[in-house]
Write a protein that binds this ligand. Structure first.
Ligand code: GLU
Length: 594
């Protein structure tokens, strides 16, 4: 039984083991295989050793955590020179587009959450890819009106949205940059020209996707030279990428949207053999980054802030935490913990599927979904002992009531997350993506084009009722990305986010609970073995102690699936003793700080 107080109701409390258990449960780090990064610098090898030992990297003034040591070093150098978190992010993103091209880059989109050290304000920027004006709700339906299969939709031009990342870099620099714009691209340009060693992770992903990468000549030539996949340790250079960065460095991000670069993107999208898209130069010319209101919820005297629609990230994390607020959550070794987290998450995902989409196109009950009364009502559903037999969307207060059908969109994990705190007290949390690993597989000017439009629901209607997240011209596909800044008394205390498709929501929620409820440090919190429940089976992380909870969860009524749960959580905590950085042991990232 559970001990809870909810809307005047009193139930019972359950205490449980706390943090110690989970620290021991960390998964084996990727760093145990040789990555070739060890020789980069003393700071990088120290950071890798900290990750392998399961301890956070400590610093006083600034910290940067991202998915690849080359990228993190580039950002660290900017911060060392007195640059802001926005400056450092630009250097990090430019290098990630080179060394981790399968996950993010100029051809993709991103969401950025910013805490301003001077004003204390939170700002969120939406650099999400956008559907071309010629895209219609039928984009992913065949002649008979049936949804295409996922990879038939993804590979080629049809899935490519207008990229937002270049414009987002510019918008962040215009608002918060101190360093000269042009110089921020130097590390990426040098690395692209001199070459870098292909990492084990990149090599493995290329080998696993060789069939699809081989479909388009430019992509094949880069990733499969002479017909064979690049191997770990191969030196890879990318002159077209260096050239495009140089032009952006000189002329600003506008050049990406208005010159031959834009025309070449369009030609590649419309000319994709077998699966052309509908993008035109005007779609790029009118692209705009949108500033959006941050979505913040209270959780155990903290304020958890993140990205609102078109991302479902902060709303779904927020709903889950909001429902859990009245319960005590025992430790990670306890099935009761996962019943609570799992069912709160299922309830939030039901609302997500029904209501969440690009708010510029779809009226959404934004306030209703997070109102304390609504969440308390939904949390009453969690007071039983077993898994909820059925979960459906609730009826939050809606100012403009609309009936939406549940959507159907498929997400596979790729993507990357960047967390930065600078010496001015600013904090930046940005999740950046080209959607599927290697995106649409179309490559132009040395970067891959996204397949973000497959984040729309393939079905436009169900029984004549429209789906909120259907394709529409100029609309942005719903995302799960959840770049997050947790604050206490107005100051940032935890900066985090992760890749992982719609599992991002579970990864971020769990890391927040691990850090706040279970008192873990950031490295323990990001390494903690995962249990994720979206709408279907309870996913338990293979090869971790979560597997042993499977039978207990089955007894509670869940269908259980033991699977790889490849998060890429990157987190920084800010406390009286300084900064601590944690990098997910499941990927190649590190934390650096001074
Ligand atoms: N495209 C996904 C989203 O925007 C992210 C993909 C991933 O993280 O793997 O939610």
């Amino acid at each position: 039984m559970l001990n809870l107080r909810l809307g005047g109701l009193l139930a019972v409390v359950l205490a449980g083991p706390m943090a110690a258990q989970q620290a021991a449960d960390a998964v084996a780090p990727e760093a145990t295989t040789s990555t070739g990064f060890e020789s980069m610098s003393d700071a990088v090898s120290a950071a890798m050793a900290a990750k392998a030992d399961g301890v956070p990297v400590m610093a006083q003034d600034w910290m940067v955590v991202a998915a690849n040591p080359h990228a993190v070093e580039a950002g660290a150098e900017v911060l060392r020179q007195g640059g802001t978190a926005a400056d450092a992010m630009i250097a990090v993103q430019a290098v990630l587009g080179l060394v981790e091209p399968q996950s993010s880059g100029l051809g993709g989109g991103a969401f950025l959450v910013w805490h301003d050290g001077a004003t204390g304000e939170i700002t969120t920027l939406d650099g999400r890819e956008t559907a071309p004006m010629a895209a219609t709700p039928r984009l992913f339906l065949d002649e008979e009106g049936a949804p295409l299969s996922f990879f038939d939709a993804v590979v080629g031009g049809r899935s490519v949205g207008v990229p937002g990342t270049p414009a987002l870099l510019q918008a962040a620099h215009d608002r918060w940059g101190k360093a000269a714009w042009g110089g921020l691209f130097d590390p990426a340009i040098s690395l692209a020209e001199q070459g870098f060693a292909v990492s084990p992770r990149l090599a493995e992903l290329i080998a696993g996707d060789a069939g699809r990468l081989g479909r388009f000549p430019d992509t094949a030539a880069y990733f499969l030279p002479n017909g064979a996949p690049l191997a770990a340790g191969d030196m890879l250079s990318n002159q077209p990428y260096a050239d495009v960065l140089r032009r952006i460095a000189q002329d600003g991000a506008d050049v990406f949207y208005t010159s031959d670069i834009a025309q070449d993107i369009v030609a590649r999208v419309k000319g994709a053999e077998g699966n052309p898209g509908v993008m035109e130069p005007v779609d790029l010319a009118i692209y705009k980054v949108k500033e959006r209101p941050a979505v913040c919820v209270e959780y155990r005297a903290h304020e958890v802030c993140g990205m609102g629609p078109p991302s479902s990230g902060a709303l779904t994390v927020g709903q889950t935490l909001g429902m859990l607020e009245s319960f005590e959550i025992p430790g990670a070794a306890d099935a009761e913990t996962w019943r609570l987290i799992g069912d709160a998450s299922r309830l939030a995902f039901a609302d997500r599927e029904r209501y969440m989409a690009d708010i510029d196109f779809v009226p959404m009950p934004l306030k209703g979904l997070l109102s304390p009364e609504y969440l308390a009502e939904r949390a009453l559903l969690l007071t039983g002992d077993d898994a909820l037999p059925e979960v459906s969307a609730g009826t939050p207060k809606f100012e403009h009531a609309m009936l939406w059908a549940p959507g159907e969109s498929i997400e596979f994990p790729s993507t990357s997350h960047i967390s930065i705190v600078d010496g001015y007290g600013n904090a930046l949390s940005m999740t950046t993506t080209i959607e599927n690993g290697f995106g649409s597989r179309l490559m132009v000017h040395g970067f891959l084009l996204n397949n973000e439009l497959t984040d729309f629901s393939f079905r436009s209607h169900v029984d004549g009722v429209p789906v909120a997240n259907r394709v529409e011209p100029g609309k942005r596909p719903r995302s799960s990305m959840a770049p997050t800044i947790v604050r206490k008394d107005g100051a940032p205390v935890l900066v985090l986010g992760s890749p992982g498709g719609s599992r991002i929501i579970g990864y971020v929620t769990q890391a927040i609970i691990a850090w706040i409820d279970w008192g873990m440090d950031v490295q323990q919190a990001v390494a903690s073995p995962h249990g994720v429940n979206r709408f279907g089976p309870f996913d338990l992380e293979a090869g971790t102690p979560m597997e042993t909870l499977g039978p207990d969860l089955e007894l509670l009524g869940y269908e259980v699936s033991v699977t790889e749960l490849n998060s890429g959580l990157h987190a920084i905590s800010v406390g009286p003793d300084g900064l601590q950085g944690g990098a997910d042991p499941r990927r190649e990232g590190i934390a650096l700080g001074e």
